[in-house]
Structures are given as structure tokens and as C-alpha cells.
Design a protein around this ligand. Sequence first.
Ligand code: PGA
Length: 252
Amino acid sequence: MRKPFVAGNWKMNTDSRTSVELAERIASGSMDTSQKATIAVCPPFVYLQAVAKALSASSVAIGAQDMYFEAKGAFTGEISTAMLKDIGCIYCLCGHSERRHVIGETDELINKKVTAAIGGGLLPILCVGELLAEREATQTDKVVTRQLKEGLSGLSAEKLSAVTIAYEPVWAIGTGLTATPQQAQDVHEMIRELLGQMYDASLTEEIRILYGGSVKPGNAAELMGQKDVDGLLVGGASLKADDFLAIINASI
Ligand code: PGA
């Protein structure tokens, strides 16, 4: 049985006051539900420590939105796995679509990040998903297959258990357009089958596959009702404590 996993991606939002306020409200509002679901928030780097402190009495975990694959040294502006571990991070998003399509990250770079994250003891959330033009050209499976194969390249079966996958169709992120529950289920099923071919089918039954893209309190339960949707990666709605808590409640 895969435990539901709800993660909030705050992106480049909040400030030193609102990040802590939001974390405090999520911590207190999830006291009753936190045993039934894995809950995590991914604040901007500069607020990670303050948010970690605000969440310290709760079981809400913190994750980073990104990291760099090198251990240390002359990499101006970058943040290492060890730094994230040092301040209490458990998870790290790798290959979010905004990093792929706005910043220009490649599958090769993302693979290095996934590998370094696991090597350093972080649990990566590998994000995959197709552009609208790719869906319209019926390329969804091909694109997601490439992103998964290249993103997980060289990773042993043993290390796969550290990975969570997030399927986020790019056309549904921040647009208000959500994949239908069936569209999400179709891709999630394809992902699980592919992982079964790449690794072992019994092993991939344990891997959690999250859906992301305009998740709201009103669509969370239906998405979570799909067999292969094991959790939700929430952007905009995770910035409102009431919405994020309602999504958690709808997911368990
Ligand atoms: P959204 O973002 O919920 O605002 O669509 C999801 C994400 O980018 O992770």
C-alpha cells in the first residue's frame, strides 16, 4: 500500500514573514492527518531554515526546489546536497518543468542531480511531463519515457526506492487547466509499467507517482481516486494554508 504523498512547491513566492506563517498554519492544521499521509513543503532556499524551525514540532517534511550535483567548490550561486541535509531537508525536486523549460536544464543534468541527491542522502522527486504541443502531437508517452529513462540512467534498483516521480503535464502547470483524472491515470500507469520494465515490477509497486498541474481542493479527491495516482505536487494552491490543508484532507 502506497502512503499518499502531498508536497507543496512554493516556487519563488513568500517572504521571511509569510513563509513562516504559512509553515506554522500547515503544521498546526495537519496534526490529525500527518500520520496518514507524507506531507512536505518546498520553500525558496533562503527560507528553508526558518521554515524547518517552524515545522520542527510537526511531521511535515521540508524539501528543496533544486540543488547542484557537485559536492562543493567554485560553483557560484549553487547549493549542494550536503548543505540541504545540514539544515534538515529530506526531499529535493529535480527537473521541475520550470527548470527544464525556463532555465534550460537537460535530462543529463537532471540525472546528475538525481544521482547526487541519493548519494548525499536526499530523496529526489523527479518531475516529468510533456508540453502542450507534444501532447497534441501524441508524443506524451515518448517524452515522458525519455525523461524517465535519462533521468534515472545508471540508478540501481536499490537506489530507485529513494525516488518519487511527479508527472506534471506542462500545459496544466499554473494555467488552471488540469489533466482529467483519466488522462493522469493513463500516464501514471504507463510510468509504472515502464519502471517495471526498467527495474522489477514488484519494486515499482512501491514507488509513489504524484500528479501535479493546477491541483485544487476541488479536484484533489478525484485525481487521488485513480489507481496509480499516489499523491499530489501542488504549486499555487500550496501558498494558501486552507487550500493546501483541504488538498491533504482530500488525499487520505
Ligand atoms: P500549479 O503548479 O499547482 O500552480 O499548477 C504545480 C507545480 O509546478 O509543481
